[in-house]
Design a protein around this ligand. Structure first.
Ligand code: TLP
Length: 345
C-alpha cells in the first residue's frame, strides 16, 4: 500500500510533463545572467505579480532572509507575528545573517491586527531600536493556512507606510491565498516592497522560490544572493520546472483546498479529536488529540505504520497538508486510518 504523505506540500515529485520541460530547458551561466530559462522565469514571475523584476532563489528561507537583509541595518527591529515561519523555522537566521531584533507580535491564527502593530512600532528615542520593517505571511503556515483579508493588509500596510517602514511579504503560499479569495497575486503584491513566493510547495516544482520587487531592489538582492551563497549556474533545468508549475499548476490549487476541507470533515467525525472545520481556508488542516494517553511521537509513529505521514506542531497537535500528489481517495483512506489510530488512543 503506498504511503499517503501529508507532512507538507513540499513533498511533491515533478510530474512527467514537468520532467520533460526540465530535460528540454535551454541553459547558461546564471551568475553571468546568461541562463535564458531563468531569465524567462524571472520575467514571468515579475509580470504575474505586477512588479518590475524577479529573482530566482534556491529556497523560501533564502528569499525571506535576503529581503530582511535588504530592508534593515544591524540592530534594527522587525515587526512580525510571533508564530511566523521567519521566527519558528528559519534557524534564527534573521539575527545571525542580518543582526536584527525581531519584535514578535501575537496574532489570531497567525494574522496581525493593525492596533497591536501600531503599539509595537517604536517611536524615535535614543534608547530604543529603530523599527524599519513589517513582515507579513500569506497564507500563514502555523495559523493553519489562514488568509489575511485584503482589507486588513491594506490597513497594516497603510500604517507601516505612515511610519516609514519597509514591507516584506512571505508569500510562500500566496497563490493558495489567491485561489481561495479570487484576489489576484498582483493585487496583494502591489502593497509590499518585496514579495517572496515558493515554486516548490503547492505549485509542485522540486526546488525554488522567487522574490519580486522593483528593478533597483532586485539588483541589490542579486548581489546579496551571491554573498549568501545562492548564486547558481546552469540552473535553467530547475527554472523550467518553475515555469511549468506557473503555467500548469496554479489553476488546480483549489482542488487541494476542497480536499483539505473534506479531510477536516472526516476528522470531525472521529471521537476524541478536535478540529475546527470552519478555519480550514486553504490546503492545511490543524487538529488536536488532547486526551490521548499516547505521546505525540507515538501517535505519529502509529500513523506512519498505518500508512499516513503527517507532522506535529505541538503536544498532541498535528498538521496535515494537501497537495498535487494526493487526491480525494487519499483523503478517504487517510480519514479511515486516522479513525483507527486516534479513536480511543
Ligand atoms: N515551510 C515548510 C517548513 O519549513 C515548516 C513547511 O513544510 O510548511 N515561508 C513559509 C510560510 C513556509 O511555510 C516555508 C516552508 C518557507 C517560507 C521556507 O521555504 P523553504 O522550505 O523553501 O526554505
Amino acid at each position: 500500500m503506498p504511503v499517503i504523505d501529508l507532512r507538507s506540500d513540499t513533498v511533491t515529485k515533478p510530474t512527467s510533463g514537468m520532467r520533460q520541460a526540465m530535460a528540454n530547458a535551454e541553459v547558461g551561466d546564471d551568475v553571468y545572467g546568461e541562463d535564458p530559462t531563468v531569465n524567462r522565469l524571472e520575467a514571468m514571475a515579475a509580470e504575474l505579480l505586477g512588479k518590475e523584476a524577479g529573482l530566482f532563489v534556491p529556497t523560501g528561507v533564502m528569499g525571506n532572509q535576503l529581503c530582511l537583509r535588504l530592508h534593515t541595518q544591524p540592530g534594527d527591529e522587525v515587526i512580525i507575528e510571533s508564530s511566523a515561519h521567519i521566527i519558528r523555522y528559519e534557524g534564527g537566521s534573521a539575527s545571525s545573517m542580518s543582526g536584527v531584533q525581531l519584535c514578535c507580535v501575537p496574532g489570531t491564527r497567525g494574522l496581525l491586527s493593525p492596533d497591536v502593530v501600531e503599539t509595537a512600532i517604536r517611536r524615535p528615542d535614543l534608547h530604543t531600536p529603530s523599527t524599519t520593517l513589517l513582515c507579513l505571511e500569506q497564507t500563514h503556515n502555523v495559523g493553519g493556512g489562514s488568509v489575511y483579508p485584503l482589507e486588513t493588509i491594506h490597513q497594516l500596510t497603510d500604517l507601516a507606510r505612515r511610519h516609514g517602514l519597509g514591507l516584506h511579504l512571505d508569500g510562500a503560499r500566496l497563490f493558495n491565498a489567491s485561489a481561495k479569495t479570487g484576489v489576484s497575486v498582483a493585487k496583494y503584491a502591489c502593497l509590499f516592497d518585496t514579495v517572496s513566493f515558493c515554486l516548490s510547495k503547492g505549485l509542485g516544482a522540486p526546488v525554488g522560490s522567487m522574490v519580486v520587487s522593483d528593478t533597483a531592489r532586485i539588483q541589490k538582492l542579486r548581489r546579496l544572493r551571491k554573498i549568501f551563497g545562492g548564486g547558481m549556474r546552469q540552473v535553467g533545468i530547475l527554472a523550467a520546472a518553475g515555469i511549468y508549475a506557473l503555467e500548469h499548476h496554479v489553476s488546480r490549487l483549489a482542488e487541494d483546498h476542497v480536499n483539505a476541507k473534506h479531510l477536516a470533515q472526516l476528522l470531525l467525525a472521529i471521537p476524541g479529536l478536535a478540529v475546527d472545520v470552519e478555519s480550514v481556508e486553504t490546503n492545511m488542516v490543524m487538529f488536536q488529540v488532547p486526551q490521548s494517553s499516547k505521546s505525540t511521537e507515538q501517535l505519529l509513529e502509529d500513523c506512519r505504520k498505518a500508512g499516513v505521514l503527517l507532522n506535529a506542531v505541538g503536544a498532541r497537535s498535528f498538521r496535515v497538508v494537501t497537495h498535487l500528489d494526493v487526491n480525494r481517495e487519499d483523503m478517504e483512506a487517510a480519514g479511515q486510518i486516522f479513525a483507527r489510530v486516534f479513536a480511543g488512543s
